[in-house]
Design a binder for this molecule. Structure first.
Ligand code: PLP
Length: 453
C-alpha cells in the first residue's frame, strides 16, 4: 500500500478520550508531596492551587481513559487532526532505508502542541465557575496557547513571562496581548516571592522556576483564580495523549508500526503525549518499540540529573515532585537558545526512564540548529529549536539505519514552528552560537540544594 505524504484523520476517526498511561504502569509515578509535612498532597490541598477536575486527573493512576468533553473536541476540530507526515524528502536526503514519520503540532497560531492542554485546563476552570487563571511562560508558547484558550472561553489570563524572553521575544508578548492576556515580566515586584528574588539577585534575567513561584502566589492571593501549568504534571501528559492517539490511529490505517519513537523533552509533555499509546503497548508486552527523549546538553535533567524529590519552582512554594532534576536553582547558561530549559522532568517520564522503558540522550545546540536547517530545506517546515532536538536524534537514527541496512520505522514529534525563534537562528547563521555544557561542579552545586526529606 502506498503511504501518502500526509496522513490525515477524518473527524469521525479523531480520539474521543484521552489515554492515561499511568493505568498501564506497574511502578506508578511518585505522588506530589506537601513540602511542609513531607506527606502526599491531598485532594483538598491541591484544590487550593488547581481546578477540581484537573486535580482528579492529576491523582488518578488507574482509569485508563478520560472522555474528552464535547466543547474541547469542538475546539480541537479548529486545528486538529495535526498532520502525520512521511518524511520522504528527508529520507532521500539521508539516503536511508529507514521510514521516517513526524507528527506536526505547529499548525495553529500558538505554534505548538501546548494548545492541546491549554484548552482542556481553561475549559475545566470555566466549568468550575472561576474568573481566571495565572501561569508562567518561558519562551512564550505556553502563555500564547493559554491566552488563545482563555479568549475562546472568556476567562481572564495572567501570564508571568521569564524576563529575558519578555525582552527578547516581544512578538510572543504581543500575541498574548492580542488574545487579551496580561503579561508581566518575571521576576516582578507584583508578588512577594518576586520581590524576594529581585532583592537577592537584582540583575537576574529570570527563570521558569521563578515565574512559576510568582504565578502560584498570584493565583493563591486572588479569589476565583487558579494556577495552570503547561507541562510536567500528569494531567498535562493526559491531555497531550491526543497527539499519540491520533498518530497511532493514522499509522494503524496503513498498518505501520514504529520501531522507535523520538521526542524532545523539556518538562516532558509532548513526549509523554506522543509516546502514550505506543508505550502502553510496550508496558502491556504487546510491542518492543524503543522510546528516546532528547534534551539539550546545557540542561540535561535525564542524562545528568538525579531522581529525587525536588521543587518545581525557585521560590519553593510548589509541591515537591519526584523527578529527574538538576536542582530547582539550576538555570541554563544565557547563551542557551534551544528552549527546553526546565530543571526537572515529568514524574511519569522520570519513572519510565528509571524503569528502563525510556532512553535519553543530550545534544548540543549547534548540532541541533544544523539539523533544523537541513530539515527546513528538504521538508519545508521551519522547526522550533525545541523540535529540532527530536529531528537531530531522528536523523542520527536514520543514518545508523543507512550504515546497518536496517529498514526501521521512526516516528518523531515535530512540536512547533520556529517563526518566533529567528533571533536564535540569526545567532546560528552568524556563527555566534556556542555550546555551553555545565560541568560536574556546577551541577553538584545546584543539586546540593535539593530538599532533604
Ligand atoms: C514547550 C515546548 C516544548 C517542550 O515542552 P514539553 O513539555 O517537554 O513538551 C517543545 N517544543 C515546543 C515547540 C514547545 O513549545
Amino acid at each position: 500500500m502506498e503511504i501518502p505524504y500526509k496522513i490525515y484523520l477524518r473527524e469521525d476517526q479523531m480520539p474521543r478520550a484521552w489515554y492515561n498511561l499511568r493505568a498501564d504502569m506497574k511502578n506508578k509515578p511518585a505522588p506530589l508531596l506537601n513540602p511542609a509535612t513531607g506527606k502526599p498532597m491531598t485532594r483538598e490541598e491541591l484544590c487550593g492551587v488547581f481546578c477540581e477536575k484537573l486535580v482528579e486527573q492529576e491523582l488518578d493512576d488507574s482509569l485508563p481513559y478520560y472522555s474528552i468533553p464535547q466543547p474541547i473536541r469542538d475546539f480541537y476540530r479548529m486545528y486538529r487532526p495535526s498532520p502525520l507526515v512521511r518524511a520522504y524528502c528527508l529520507e532521500e536526503k539521508l539516503q536511508t532505508p529507514a521510514h521516517i514519520y513526524y507528527k506536526y503540532e505547529g499548525n495553529n497560531t500558538s505554534g505548538s502542541h501546548k494548545l492541546n492542554s491549554a484548552i482542556a485546563q481553561a475549559y475545566y476552570a470555566k466549568a468550575q465557575g472561576l474568573k481566571g487563571v495565572t501561569t508562567e511562560t518561558g519562551a512564550g508558547q505556553w502563555g500564547t496557547a493559554l491566552s488563545m484558550a482563555c479568549a475562546y472561553l472568556g476567562l481572564d489570563c495572567q501570564v508571568f513571562m521569564v524576563k529575558i524572553s519578555y525582552e527578547q521575544k516581544p512578538f510572543r508578548r504581543e500575541i498574548m496581548r492580542t488574545y487579551g492576556a496580561s503579561v508581566t515580566p518575571s521576576p516582578s515586584d507584583s508578588t512577594k516571592v518576586g520581590r524576594a528574588i529581585l532583592a537577592a539577585k537584582p540583575d537576574t534575567t529570570g527563570s521558569l522556576g521563578c515565574a512559576i513561584s510568582e504565578a502560584v502566589e498570584a493565583a493563591r492571593s486572588q479569589p476565583g483564580y487558579r494556577y495552570v501549568l503547561g507541562s510536567v504534571l500528569n494531567q498535562v501528559l493526559l491531555h497531550q495523549s491526543v497527539i499519540g492517539l491520533e498518530a497511532k490511529t493514522a499509522m494503524d490505517l496503513y498498518d505501520i508500526k514504529p520501531d522507535i519513537v523520538i521526542g524532545c523533552a523539556g518538562g516532558g509533555s509532548n513526549l509523554g503525549g506522543l509516546i502514550a499509546p505506543f508505550m502502553g503497548e510496550r508496558l502491556r508486552g504487546e510491542s518492543d518499540c524503543r522510546f528516546i527523549a532528547v534534551e539539550p546538553a546545557s540542561c540535561p535533567s535525564l542524562t545528568r540529573g538525579v531522581f529525587a524529590y525536588d521543587f518545581a519552582d525557585t521560590g519553593r512554594v510548589c509541591p515537591l515532585a519526584k523527578m529527574y532534576t538538576l536542582g530547582s536553582g539550576f538555570i541554563p547558561a544565557p547563551n542557551h537558545a534551544g528552549g527546553l530549559r526546565f530543571h526537572g522532568m515529568s514524574p511519569i517520564l522520570s519513572q519510565l526512564y528509571a524503569d528502563g522503558y525510556l532512553e535519553a540522550r543530550a545534544v548540543g545546540q549547534r548540532e541541533v540548529f544544523e539539523a533544523a536547517e537541513i530539515f527546513a530545506r528538504v521538508e519545508g517546515i521551519l522547526p522550533a529549536p525545541e523540535s529540532a532536538h527530536a529531528i537531530k536524534a531522528a536523523m542520527d537514527e536514520a543514518v545508523c539505519c543507512r550504515e546497518s541496512g536496517e529498514r526501521k520505522t521512526i516516528l518523531f514529534g515535530l512540536t512547533g514552528t520556529g517563526y518566533f525563534d529567528l533571533l536564535a537562528y540569526q545567532r546560528f547563521h552568524d556563527g555566534e552560537m556556542s555550546d555551553y555544557i555545565p560541568n560536574d561542579k556546577e551541577l553538584a552545586a545546584s543539586l546540593s540544594a535539593l530538599p532533604r526529606l
